[in-house]
Design a protein around this ligand. Sequence first.
Ligand SMILES: [Zn+2]
Length: 119
Amino acid sequence: MASLCARISLHSSRRKTLYSCIRLANTFTDPKELATGLEKREILNDEAGKDPDPYGLAVKRGPGTKDKPNLIPSAFDSRIIGCLCDDESTHINWMWLHKGTASRCGCGYWFKLVEKPAL
Ligand SMILES: [Zn+2]
């Protein structure tokens, strides 16, 4: 069992400083025990070997033409996305995507929302 020693200073009203060494033995809690809701489902899916990024939080753009738009998964009827229009860009171009219609970014790439069931 790994243990750490933490030095803690205690100040009393008489200005005495006391130092104490406390042994800490694996006091960090497993994040799975603290997580709830979507975060917990993501952790469980990750442990089960499922896709760690089911909603494409970081999607590489494909051809992005009007006929073959970049497909963005969502469990909702709309989703906000950010396009880093070129590698030298210093800002993100944010826009809403709505179910059923493809949207074009200012850089010319097209994006379309596709339905993906909730986790
Ligand atoms: Zn763009």
